[in-house]
Design a protein around this ligand. Structure first.
Ligand code: FES
Length: 192
């Protein structure tokens, strides 16, 4: 079976000076299997920008994001920090946040109202045992919090690393940060 990714010959043809380099083969743009391969082997393992802090300006703001088909939700917590969770309720897997808005003090699932703090902790399970019964010993709230996505905010851009094991964001951004620092110092010099 032919590999979904690039062959060694294709990589060699691409990895040339710009004037003579080949482009990616058509299937890199058209083939669903290639896209799935790319998503798993490339994008999931690195840092990817999913939005901006400016799009959730107020404490309690939430914004769902489809990350290459995976449901995530960005939120601004009550300490003004930005957090990212998988946008999936731990009860029956319902999508928690359906549109951008302000969740107030907590994120509440629209299905059966399980309610989570902005730290992801499951806070309430109303009527989980029947009308008026809000607690069941069989449900361990400590193990039913939202699943967080590894995230970082840089220049107001929100990045996630879905695999959770990419190098640190600081290492990832260091080359670009160094260029920005050089540019800033050049502009500072020009102002003197
Ligand atoms: S699916 Fe979310 S509370 Fe039931």
């Amino acid at each position: 079976m032919m590999s979904v990714g690039l062959t060694e010959a294709e990589v060699a043809a691409i990895d040339q000076p710009v004037a003579t380099a080949a482009a990616l083969p058509n299937r890199a743009y058209m083939n669903d299997d290639f896209f799935a391969f790319e998503r798993k082997q490339l994008f999931a393992k690195t840092w990817v920008c999913i939005g901006t802090g400016a799009s959730i300006p107020n404490r309690g703001d939430v914004r769902p994001v489809s990350w290459l088909g995976a449901p995530l939700v960005m939120a601004r917590d009550h300490e003004d920090g930005i957090v990212v969770f998988h946008n999936v309720c731990r009860h029956r897997g319902n999508e928690l946040v359906w549109g951008p808005g302000n969740a107030g003090g907590a994120i509440r699932c629209p299905y059966h109202s399980w309610t989570y703090g902005f730290d992801g902790e499951l806070r309430a399970t109303p009527h989980v045992g029947g009308v008026g019964i809000h607690h069941l010993d069989s449900i361990d709230k400590a193990n039913c919090g939202l699943v967080g996505a590894r995230s970082a905010v840089w220049l107001d851009q929100v990045f996630v690393n879905i695999s959770g094991d990419a190098p640190s964001f600081e290492a990832f951004a260091a080359p670009l940060q160094a260029r920005i620092d050089r540019l800033a110092s050049t502009e500072d010099m020009a102002r003197l």
